[in-house]
Write a protein that binds this ligand. Structure first.
Ligand SMILES: [Zn+2]
Length: 373
């Protein structure tokens, strides 16, 4: 299970002079274990020579050998899940992480002084790290919802007490005060969670008549990250019910984001700004590394050609105009474009909802104006 914490640990990892192995493998749903096995083997073989290098100092060489041994060992015991896998290993500093990716990634192995995280982040960026809080007048629980997993972070109760405890006082007023105190404490706990775990979105579940009062206690940052609320009876809510409520809010939020992103790029293109719309224009933009953000219609494949030498991408053409070499035909040149954008540090947004992008398949925000094609 991938938690936000795992990803943070990988991204912030300090190798202090030792090499870090980053491995990416696409795993097709129909692929056999032996198919995955041979793919990983051929990648690991690429760095085998490096681990034998006499020039490499003892400690890095030993760490690298440890990484290779660990990956080979895991491969024999683990049935990895589609559609992609990332492994980060630095045995000399105690790092070994496997991250299952929900999208295919280009296979490669990299040895560097830090984890190579761009392809992983490009896949994970499409998921919002979300914190779901379930609250009533005296009880609260916070959950993390990330990728397809939900886990409980904390739960607590601030007792309102029994009638006898308030003898002589104004019961309603005291209870109201205690509820405010509970809401304030919950808001503080959330503020701390968002600060340390860097959640992007907040979703609140509870009784409709209680939620607005609680929202008033959230700080400005949490209010900005508030994605919506749903109705649920806190003490009796099951994890599945919380999940369903939060998913509905998240779905609405994502649809909304997709609509906005598509409208923004199409508007920009219409105004003659830094944007490319449609497959040919976006392939050209990808060929010259001009793509900052690429919007891709989910589930669409377009046949095309690639030059593996100069990374030229196009819908058709047997010869690369940049270097003159023959091109390679591919069943999905949009996927090649996605990988090229990731390699250049651009971001990808797969659009699933019904937007005008369906007509164009791809659209991009650009870093600089495109040279003539
Ligand atoms: Zn070329």
């Amino acid at each position: 299970m991938i938690t936000a914490e795992t990803v943070n640990r990988i991204v912030q990892f300090q190798a202090d002079g030792l090499p870090v192995v980053s491995l990416y493998v696409p795993i097709d749903p129909g692929m056999s274990q032996s198919g995955v096995h041979s793919r990983v083997t051929s990648l690991v073989d690429q760095i085998d020579g490096l681990a034998q290098e006499r020039d490499l100092p003892h400690e890095p060489r030993l760490s690298l050998r440890g990484d290779i041994a660990r990956i080979r060992e895991r491969m024999a015991e683990e049935a990895w899940q589609p559609k992609g896998l990332a492994v980060f290993s630095c045995s000399g500093r105690g790092l070994y992480e496997e991250v299952t990716l929900s999208r295919a990634v280009r296979d490669r192995i990299v040895v560097a002084d830090a984890p190579f995280v761009l392809p992983m982040l490009a896949v994970l960026d499409e998921y919002h790290r979300t914190c779901v809080v379930i609250i009533d007048k005296e009880w609260a629980a916070a959950w993390e919802l990330y990728q397809d997993e939900m886990r409980e972070l904390t739960r607590f109760k601030d007792r309102l007490g029994k009638f006898d405890d308030y003898a002589g006082g104004n019961l309603d007023r005291i209870r109201e005060e205690l509820t405010k105190r509970h809401y304030r404490r919950t808001a503080q706990v959330l503020g701390e969670l968002f600060r340390t775990e860097r959640y992007e979105l907040l979703i609140v579940g509870g009784h409709d008549f209680e939620i607005p009062a609680f929202l008033g206690f959230l700080n400005r940052d949490l209010q900005d990250r508030f994605a919506g609320s749903f109705s649920i009876d806190p003490p009796t809510a099951t994890a599945a019910e919380i999940r369903a409520g939060a998913d509905a809010i998240l779905q609405r939020y994502e649809d909304d984001q997709e609509q906005k992103a598509v409208a923004e790029i199409l508007d920009r293109a219409a105004a003659g700004g830094l944007a490319a719309v449609g497959v040919p224009a976006c392939l050209w933009a990808g060929s010259v590394a001009a793509v900052q953000t690429l919007l891709v219609q989910e589930g669409v494949a377009v046949a095309g050609v690639v030059c593996d030498d100069s990374r030229w991408l196009a819908v058709a053409g047997d010869t690369c105009p940049l270097c003159g070499k023959p091109t390679r035909h591919t069943a999905d040149v949009v996927d090649e474009l996605v990988q090229a954008v990731i390699d250049e540090g651009g971001s990808i947004e797969h659009v699933e909802s019904d937007t005008p992008l369906a007509e164009y398949t791809v659209a991009a925000a650009l870093r600089f104006p495109l040279p003539p094609n």
